[in-house]
Design a protein around this ligand. Structure first.
Ligand code: ADP
Length: 289
């Protein structure tokens, strides 16, 4: 449905934010996973036609939306990372305002639509409350209600779960999954679990390049047999970092657990049955392919 081909972008300050990015994004939930600064927002702003690439194309059902931006804008629901609300306006009035901006002129129709959407995102009971008093999760759900106005065929959400508590995060991701039944939903995140649980497809992006893409299962299969893990003493860490290619380190019950990549299992290490997080660390590690 969305065909991204060879997109590159260098900002005027010389930062190469996107380097020859190509992806196909069908209907469903698509996770764009990468560390901060990887280029996720740049890519999403490009798909949303908010900025132009230096080269490459974005086709929506065969239409080049870099040339014909309206073809994308007519069907796009976009939830940016930073969202400006009028704090004194109620949730209901805010949604009504955006629905009007999106071209729904008939006030009766708008009233019906806002009711449907507010119920869908579970804000009906809070509809009269000023948005300034909403929690982070409520604001995000209002944001997705706004993005859903007009039945978009493409929904783009930038780091939507940052700062949400687990319950709010779950509720929000379920809403996205529902939207993904009808639309191409692109979810950018640096939180691996967001993608692992829900996305049919995923791309891992690092330093402006797509370093892996496919279903979570195929991405995980790509790193199978390449990762080895061991609990180490703190005094051993330096030596391991000098002699092996460390992919990740974490403390488990106060002890460092080191994951390395190698062709063969280094002495004392155990083979890892990888998950998406392991794949993510390997693909985004310095010196990774
Ligand atoms: P992400 O969303 O993955 O955190 P971004 O697309 O925001 O990544 O940023 C990618 C790189 O481009 C970063 O190095 C960032 O500092 C830089 N960048 C982003 N937007 C601009 C801009 N408007 N001007 C200059 N550099 C930018």
């Amino acid at each position: 449905m969305i065909e991204i081909s060879n997109i590159s972008k260098t900002y005027p300050n010389g930062v190469h934010a996107l380097d020859n990015v190509s992806l196909s994004i069908p209907v469903g939930l698509y996770g764009l996973l990468g560390p901060n600064g990887a280029g996720k927002s740049s890519l999403m702003r490009t798909i949303a036609t908010l900025q132009e690439p230096d080269s490459g194309s974005v086709l929506l059902n065969g239409v080049d939306v870099i040339r014909q931006k309206d073809a994308m804008r007519a069907t796009l629901g976009y939830l940016p990372q930073e969202f400006g609300f009028y704090p004194t306006l109620s949730g209901e009035a805010t949604l009504d305002h955006f629905a009007e901006l999106k071209g729904i002129k008939n006030s009766k129709e708008r009233k019906q639509l806002t009711e449907t959407l507010l119920r869908q995102v579970n804000l009906w009971d809070a509809r009269k409350k000023a948005v300034g008093g909403y929690s982070g999760g409520m604001k995000q759900r209002l944001g997705i209600a706004i993005a859903l106005v007009g039945n978009p065929g493409v929904i783009i959400v930038d780091e939507p779960t940052a700062g949400l508590d687990p319950t709010e995060r779950n509720r929000f991701l379920n809403l996205l999954a529902e939207a993904g039944e009808r639309a191409a939903v692109i979810l950018s995140t640096h939180i691996v679990e967001d993608v692992q649980e829900l996305c049919e497809r995923v791309a891992i992006i690092a330093k402006g390049r797509v370093v892996a893409h496919g279903t979570p299962e195929t991405v995980i299969a790509d790193v199978s047999g390449k990762l080895f893990r061991r609990t180490v003493g703190k005094h051993e860490l330096g030596e391991i970092e000098r002699t092996l290619q460390v992919v990740s380190k974490r403390l488990v019950a106060g002890k460092p657990v080191v994951t390395v990549t190698a062709d063969e299992c280094p002495a004392g290490f155990d083979a890892v049955k990888p998950g998406l997080e392991d794949a993510y660390f390997l693909f985004t590690a310095d010196g990774a392919k």
